[in-house]
Design a protein around this ligand. Sequence first.
Ligand code: ADQ
Length: 485
Amino acid sequence: SSPVQHSSAEHEMVVVANRLPVDSRTLPDGATEWVTSPGGLVTAMESVMRTVDSGAWVGWAGAPGEAPAPFEADGMSLYPVRLEQEDVERYYEGYSNATLWPLYHDVIVDPEFHRGWWDSYLAANRRFAEAAAPVAAPGGTIWVHDYQLQLVPRMIRDKRSDVRIGFFNHIPFPSVELFSQLPKRNSILRGLLGADLLGFQRESDTLNFVAAVRKLLGYHVDGTTISVPGIGAAPVREVQARTFPISIDSATVSELTEDSAIRARAEELRRDLGDPERIVLGVDRLDYTKGIRHRLKAWGELLDDGSIDPHDTVMIQVATPSRERVEAYRQLRDEVELTVGRINGEHAPLGRPAVSYQHHSFDRREMTALFMAADVVLVTALRDGMNLVAKEYVASRPDLQGVLVLSEFAGAADELRAAVLVNPHDIDELKAAILRALAMPAEEQEEAMRSLRHQVMENDVQAWAHDFLQQLEAMHTPAGDTAPA
Ligand code: ADQ
């Protein structure tokens, strides 16, 4: 790939994430075209990037091997990081998704520990840091995202003492007892503490992190201020750990519901399902943290004991393909598909499903139509940093109808108190919650949905990003005004 022109690459704001916000598409003539992937983070950063003169995004372009040369997209400079096939297997599928992911989600499946994976995580993190450090302007801001890149803040700090460094963890941070299992746990903590501001989804995550720092590193902690001792004669640095619950682009989602084609599609969806009285919907990446098995178990039992009549109530389960090369995900897919097959075999009326199972992706418009058609949405995560599906459903219901059943173990439960909150491990409780949601009178739905909407519309992803960056700005005056030679 062609080299980055460091001297000319001085960006006030640099985002570092595992993935770039674009996907490549090969055109008929063999050329590559880049298409923006409209994730929540991209949306959040768009509004931030508009307020700075020049923004950059550092990340992997999604294909192993040689990285494309830096390029411009949507008014941002994109700096692709190279990952070889072996890095993808060890750093990404291995240490990130088979070690950290299960451990940080309270060991729903056993985390795997392999020394080779750690070496690869370290090397890949270094590559991201080396790509990010030179592109920030003197005194600029670098915002690092998520569990794949926990060593990056410190690595950047070692090269650039003049920049502000923020880190946001999108997934939970586990209790110190669980975190202590992690080989190289102290390196992870020290890596994170290279940042000036560390953001977490819920208050309990922030407290867990601070407790781990206190217990495992023995650093002085005063509330959420952590004193990181300097090496040698270097002064003590103060690092803040705070809570910033992420959100969605609420207004855009809500406005989509006014689109007449999407409204028509919502009605058509119901007709296609045989015009049931009730539609119950689940939307998740096919991930063991999402509690899909628990949900199907509850649903199957409700059909078995006759509490739900499949002639008038249909469940749609959208399960986006995810991490299909990781063993636990293959196994989950098999189990989910077996269970759906069994439920349909036993309960589906001729010619229509009891559970309509969709193992593919939908675009935003189709997703909005689904939310508009759904009388009940089930979010039954066993552990989830936030869960944006819960917020998307609320934003899709300006009509103030529909019921959200929400797991206490999703970060969203801290804010969405008017949902029907459940412990998804308790199948009886989950069944009762589903029945309660299905029976909820319109006025009660309206009251709950009004309160939920107030929360989601007021606190959107733009506000989240601005809040984080404002606090980062406020807490740290960069040491020098010039980048090191
Ligand atoms: P995820 O684990 O991916 O995110 P979530 O917050 O629910 O979980 O976000 C999933 C997104 O993908 C939603 O916007 C949803 O609409 C979309 N999606 C799901 N299935 C889809 C499909 N079939 N087609 C199209 N879109 C689909 C991680 C953490 C979360 C945290 C987010 C953001 O695990 O806890 O909320 O990051 O920080």
